[in-house]
Write a new protein. Structure first.
Length: 500
């Protein structure tokens, strides 16, 4: 197999990837790339092809949880699957096995099996030999040691032996296992020979692929979700890649939230361990995906086809289209400096309530209460429990450094809403939203509401300032929302129970 020019690989991800379901109906397998990251995949791909021929390449693809690493990898795979041998490993789904080596090798064999030449005895023998070897000695992964402990030479075993489950190869006794363990200690040189033999077998397997498939080197092996694995398994997986599979014409792309992976390393070696330097041993380079805007992230997460209910225009701010919804979540997430993972959790909780509750509400307030409960529980508790809260909240907001937070509004045709790509025609401070909503959603008397409404109307009429008039109209909308303080508190507690 040879290297290929990259001109015939399509990294235009502007359209979704369409496939078929079990009934033959068309479905979207991968949505369109709204973050325009195809150009980054093209750059990485060309770089890795050019730099992997001598000793392979291990790249760390770094991004926060929820930033789209899995999507990025799968779109990349879809672009190159007809041009290169490709293997995808979801490490998190495999960490029950306690054996990263077996995970990698079995994944390589399974993925490449369809690309081996039909009837090619050498290719079939390579595959069968590798399969027999790892089924028999997965915990030790040392073919030379198997020969020493059992008297069997795996190279001499015929392919059909694989089918004989009663063979000696399949029935290593406890004594043989103990002998294998002893050999690990007693025969370091034999171990090194076995490692080289294994590396040679894997390389030969990849090079034996059917030339009619027109697949070119290097082979790409993508490992996803490693940072979600048990710490010991994650560390062992890295060691396996480094010592067994760093081979010419093999590219590993290991997708992680590298900060979380460093925590996993420290869980194994101790909190004071230099995890950053340690990880640097395994990766030739780290490439960090640029963080998408929160708006684009929420838009992609919620989906453009999300059903907007007609009753949501009764909320204040109103939700009349997808852009209003995406902006509400992304603005509050931005004001509270939430990570993408926290933003996704915020959106999930918000949508769980929004889609099931018919009462008109203040979506800003609900989102703010979710954020306060998670990040500033004392402020949340203050809003929930205190009767006269202004003094408590003012001090708490100031100490938390949130006094500068304000939320934008647009006003049009009697509705207040948050528009796409705009800072709003006017804004209201976080402290004012908390105080006004505490005041208005605890009023039970219709007569008292009417009295306050008349006062607000009079104040609007006597003011020549546009902002004052807009704030007055907004307060009247707050006053007439149906949701009570008790509703907001219950909604928050309902939704956060999913996490706890």
């Amino acid at each position: 197999m040879t290297h290929m020019t990259q001109g015939n690989i399509n990294f235009n991800w502007g359209e979704p990837v369409i496939g078929k379901d079990s009934e033959g109906e068309s479905i979207i397998l991968l949505p369109a790339d709204t973050l325009k990251r195809g150009k980054y995949a093209k750059f990485l791909h060309n770089y890795l092809v050019d730099n992997s021929s001598q000793r392979g390449y291990v790249l760390n693809l770094n991004a926060q949880w929820g930033a789209g690493k899995t999507y990025f990898i799968n779109r990349w795979i879809d672009s190159i699957k007809d041009a290169h041998p490709v293997v995808y490993i979801d490490a998190w789904k495999q960490d029950y096995s306690d054996d990263p080596m077996l995970t990698v090798v079995s994944s390589i064999i399974d993925a490449l099996e369809e690309h081996l030449p039909a009837g090619n005895k050498k290719a079939i023998a390579l595959k069968n030999k590798a399969t027999r070897f790892f089924k028999a000695a997965a915990p030790l992964l040392m073919k030379g040691l198997i020969k020493k402990a059992t008297g069997m030479n795996i190279d001499d075993v015929e392919p059909e032996t694989e089918k004989k489950e009663g063979s000696d190869l399949y029935n290593l006794t406890g004594e043989a296992s103990a002998a294998l363990a002893k050999c690990l200690i007693d025969d370091h040189n034999e171990k090194l020979k076995t490692v080289e033999h294994l590396r040679s077998d894997i390389k030969s397997l990849i090079e034996a692929l059917d030339p009619k498939k027109k697949l070119k080197l290097p082979a790409f092996i993508f490992i996803d979700e490693l940072d979600r694995c048990r710490p010991s398994y994650a560390v062992e997986m890295l060691e396996v890649i480094k010592h067994f599979f760093e081979l010419e014409n093999i590219v590993f792309v290991v997708a992680t939230d590298t900060e979380q992976l460093q925590h996993a390393v420290k869980a194994v070696y101790g909190e004071g361990f230099d995890a950053q330097t340690y990880l640097g041993r395994f990766f030739r380079r780290r490439y960090s995906l640029s963080e998408s805007s929160r708006f684009e992230f929420v838009k992609q997460m919620v989906g453009e086809s999300y059903e907007i209910k007609s009753t949501w225009k009764r909320h204040t701010p109103s939700i009349m289209e997808g852009g209003n919804l995406w902006n509400l979540v992304s603005i509050v997430a931005g004001r509270f400096n939430l990570s993408l993972r926290e933003t996704e959790q915020l959106a999930d909780k918000f949508l769980a309530i929004l889609s099931s509750e018919p009462k008109s509400m203040n979506p800003y307030l609900l989102l703010i209460l979710f954020a306060l409960r998670d990040k500033y529980y004392g402020l949340y508790e203050c809003w929930v429990k205190h009767g006269d809260i202004y003094a408590y909240l003012e001090e708490g907001v100031r100490k938390a450094g949130l006094e500068r937070i304000s939320l934008p509004f647009h006003s049009s045709d009697g509705h207040h809403f948050v528009a796409i790509d705009s800072d709003g025609t006017f804004s209201i401070k976080l402290l004012d939203i908390l105080n006004l909503m505490h005041k208005y959603c605890t009023i039970k008397s219709h007569g008292e509401k009417m009295k306050i409404d008349n006062e607000l109307i009079e104040h609007q009429c006597n003011s020549n300032d546009a902002d004052t008039a807009s704030h007055g109209f907004l307060q009247r909308r707050y006053l007439n929302l149906e949701a009570t303080k008790k509703d907001y508190v219950e909604w928050v507690e309902y939704a956060v129970s999913f996490d706890e």
